[in-house]
Design a protein around this ligand. Structure first.
Ligand code: LLP
Length: 402
């Protein structure tokens, strides 16, 4: 997290609520992966859904990252920011024919995750180069809603249907240039990553899929959200991944590219949401600290029961108390933290909510007609981009389509 003095200075300058992103940290996380997985075969496609701030994306673009896009809008944004079409993969699910056609026309590689879409593609775009997404049949993730393998998920073609997929692809002379899987977000066990790789590699035989250029193993690299949560030993995991992939290429008879699509790993820790407390209320059994933001601006605690570390920037040495840290939205469940021990919170104190760089702003909404907060992007302690919040008047104008 950006240091406390800097956060307070930015809050004073720009007001709150305010998202602050440390671009240098995001880049550090990007380069980390090349240290862990030390092969020139590695390509990192950032999962843009985690955080689409253009200044952050520009940093990653200049560092050589690719993009994992999940909607035509995300593809369009990546292209507009100058990401080369060859560095973008489009992995939508339940896409319409029009969406599919539109993205195929851009020349971006489309990752197809159902036999139904594959059949349509064989008829509408014969001869094209595509990627196939398989369900890795491994269940892992930081909660049930973000696990994408196994029977309960809507994603990917079943491994058992690999031959059927091959038959359909051949019927339209489709060139399968990549195979893909994504196991889940916040993978808890290193073994799951390795098992999913094994499962995908097991169907990637030269007899079945002889034209492969890459295997894509999705995202899911976990970062700690709690102080007492251990960081995964990525050096060891990277070594195992590299060995496994090299052995596969040997058997396959060709050096393929190895892709990963991290979102959280690159952006979660670089972000902080600063909020200001405006009301302390002593209910019978609880002390409530009410602040000037709410769950539409950072929904993970409410949606997933996710833990985000909260620091009292204004009173770090205060006597610890136990608080429900609530927002300004008209719902009882509007809490960033429940029964959280934290140095005494006083009215007008600034609180910093950590790990707010992934799936926070990007999952935001203007529920209750509160505009999303401003965003400041830092690099080496300098603000390189500032995006002001919409004003209430601008938001109302947008609602009225005026
Ligand atoms: N690739 C695909 C195909 C994905 O569906 C995802 C995430 C990723 C890569 C990146 O996963 P990551 O490295 O960020 O874990 N809103 C949830 C996370 C949803 C992830 C959706 N797909 C959260 O806040 O925890």
């Amino acid at each position: 997290m950006t240091d406390s003095v800097k956060l307070q200075e930015l809050a004073k300058k720009y007001g709150t609520p305010l998202f602050v992103y440390d671009g240098a940290l995001m880049l550090e996380r990007y380069y980390d992966l090349f240290r862990f997985i030390s092969t020139d075969a590695l390509r990192v496609h950032y999962a843009l859904k985690a955080n689409y701030n253009p200044a952050l994306l520009a940093l990653l673009r200049d560092a050589g990252a690719g993009i994992d896009a999940v909607s035509p809008g995300e593809v369009e944004l990546a292209l507009a920011l100058g990401f080369d079409k060859d560095r973008i993969i489009y992995t939508a699910n339940n896409m319409t024919d029009a969406e599919f056609d539109r993205v195929m026309r851009t020349g971006v590689t489309v990752n197809i995750g159902s036999l139904s879409r594959l059949k349509k593609c064989a008829v509408s775009h014969p001869g094209s180069r595509i990627c196939l997404r398989f369900n890795p049949d491994v269940c892992d993730g930081d909660n049930a809603m973000t696990m994408t393998g196994g029977d309960l998920t809507k994603f990917g073609i079943l491994l058992d249907d690999a031959d059927e997929a091959k038959r359909i692809a051949d019927s339209g002379d489709l060139h399968i240039i990549g195979l893909h899987e994504h196991t889940g977000s916040g993978l808890q066990h290193v073994e799951s990553v390795l098992k999913s790789m094994d499962n995908l590699m097991a169907i990637a035989t030269p007899e079945r899929f002889g034209e492969l250029e890459f295997l894509d193993f999705g995202g899911g690299f976990k970062v700690p959200y709690r102080d007492d949560e251990a960081r995964v030993d990525y050096v060891e995991m990277g070594r195992q991944i590299t060995d496994k992939f090299n052995a596969f290429c040997e058997t396959y008879g060709k050096k393929l590219l190895m892709r990963f699509e991290p979102g959280k790993y690159l952006s979660a820790e670089c972000g902080t949401l600063i909020v200001e407390v405006n009301t302390i209320k002593h209910n019978r059994s609880r002390v409530i600290a009410g602040c000037n933001s709410g769950f539409p601006q950072l929904i993970r605690p409410v949606l997933y029961g996710a833990y985000h570390k909260i620091t009292n920037l204004s009173n770090p040495d205060g006597v610890p108390g136990v608080y429900d840290i609530c927002g300004n939205i008209c719902e009882t469940g509007d809490r960033f933290a429940e029964q959280r021990e934290i140095p005494e919170i006083r009215e007008y104190d600034l609180l910093a909510i950590g790990n707010a760089g992934a799936y926070c702003y990007s999952m935001g909404s203007v529920y209750n007609l509160r505009p999303m907060p401003a965003e400041a992007v830092l690099k080496d302690d300098e603000v390189i981009s500032f995006t002001p919040a919409e004003t209430d008047a601008e938001l109302v104008k947008r609602v009225l389509r005026k």
